[in-house]
Design a protein around this ligand. Structure first.
Ligand SMILES: Cc1cc2nc3c(=O)[nH]c(=O)nc-3n(C[C@H](O)[C@H](O)[C@H](O)COP(=O)(O)OP(=O)(O)OC[C@H]3O[C@@H](n4cnc5c(N)ncnc54)[C@H](O)[C@@H]3O)c2cc1C
Length: 338
């Protein structure tokens, strides 16, 4: 391709916006189209954990991909600085029954990662309000951000870099040199590779907690992310469910999980929201050219869309501009399930 490459991006979630910024910074003329309200997507409701270690230890689908997750995490420092996104690097801590913690500790060891054992007082100092527990396991490998802030800042940085935004659905590549399909779990008729995606709906709670501070807490079957007077507790994994509507019945188990970790949350008011993740059979996203000419896929990031966003953006940008896409592009190849 000669001259300035023109790119249309379908989808203004974490993957679409991170790709838009990277492409604009690399000299492409970029338009992002999305029919939805900004932030009304999986990216907007997410907990914002940038969590290679605990995701690999706790989620069997993520475990084989630890080095990809760590590489993506490492790209966050530069992206956060570029888009003025607050990145918290103070870590995450597992709390729970002894037998479960032993399994978690073994999971860290098997992956060549380290988790430090903490007595209860040290754990409570790192997460004020935490229920008394005999021991906890802390890692500094996991970071986090505020998803709503990150979406807004990515969009602002992209706009400042010259990216145009349109509130409309994309139906085809149109006149653009390249179409990037970053439509999350939507079964948009934009590329045949999207049919491989499975929806996994997730409900998540946000509870006001003026005292909230400290590190992310990973419990048995739930996590709690304290920040700026709010604790975010998640999340359900509802495989096969694509309808993003909030189901009030999902609040009770999440509230119980919140109170088990932070007893003061037992009667706290709460806000329940839901989003739909897109998953592939092997737990990694589909990123790169598919079978349709000029169409690049950038979706299927399952539970780790925020974590993976800078790495996905890097591969998308390299593909769009005909550059070397780096060591992880083959793992993301959209044609690998053909
Ligand atoms: C409850 C919950 C908690 C989560 N917590 C975390 C976490 O802590 N850390 C983490 O890394 N990940 C987390 N995730 C996963 C993460 O949110 C997703 O992997 C990520 O948001 C996917 O981003 P995306 O850009 O691919 O899709 P989305 O954010 O879903 O965005 C896709 C966009 O495409 C638009 N679109 C659809 N069709 C079209 C079309 N035809 N034309 C134009 N636009 C279209 C949609 O309107 C939407 O805005 C969580 C997910 C959920 C549900």
């Amino acid at each position: 391709m000669s001259g300035q490459v023109t790119v249309t991006i379908a989808g203004a979630g974490a993957l679409g916006l991170a790709s838009a910024l990277a492409l604009a910074d690399a000299g492409a003329r970029v338009t992002v189209c999305d029919p939805a309200e900004p932030g009304a997507n999986a990216s907007g409701v997410a907990a914002g954990m940038i969590a290679p270690a605990f995701e690999a230890v706790l989620d069997p689908a993520a475990r084989p991909h630890i080095e990809v997750l760590l590489a993506a995490r490492d790209l966050w420092a530069e992206l956060a600085q570029r888009a003025d996104i607050a990145l918290r690097r103070d870590g995450a801590m597992a709390v729970g029954e002894d037998a479960w913690l032993d399994t978690v500790e073994a999971g860290f060891r098997d992956l060549g990662l380290h988790a430090a054992e903490l007595p209860t007082a040290a754990a409570q100092a790192l997460a004020p309000g935490l229920a008394e527990r005999p021991r906890a396991l802390l890692t500094r490998e996991d970071w986090r951000l505020d998803a709503a802030q990150a979406l807004a800042r990515l969009r602002a940085a992209a706009e400042a870099a010259g990216v145009a935004f349109r509130r409309e659905a994309v139906r085809d590549r149109g006149d653009a040199d390249v179409l990037v399909v970053a439509t999350g779990a939507a079964q948009a008729p934009l590329a045949p590779e999207l049919s491989i995606l499975q929806p996994i709906k997730g409900h998540i709670l946000r509870l006001p907690a003026p005292w909230a501070a400290g590190v992310t807490v990973r419990g048995q079957g739930a996590y709690a992310v304290p920040s700026d007077g709010v604790i975010t507790v998640g999340a359900t994994m509802e495989a096969g469910v694509a309808d993003p509507a909030v189901d009030p019945a999902k609040a009770a188990p999440l509230r119980e999980a919140a109170a088990r970790l932070f007893p003061d949350l037992a009667d706290a008011p709460f806000e329940l929201s839901a989003g739909v993740r897109a998953a592939t059979p092997d737990g990694l996203p589909i990123v790169g050219f598919g079978t349709e000419a000029g169409v690049i896929l950038a979706t299927g990031a399952r539970r780790n869309g925020w974590l993976l966003a800078p790495l996905v953006a890097k591969v998308v940008t390299a593909c769009a501009l005909g550059r070397e896409p780096g060591p992880y592009a083959a793992r993301f190849n959209p044609r690998r399930f053909a």
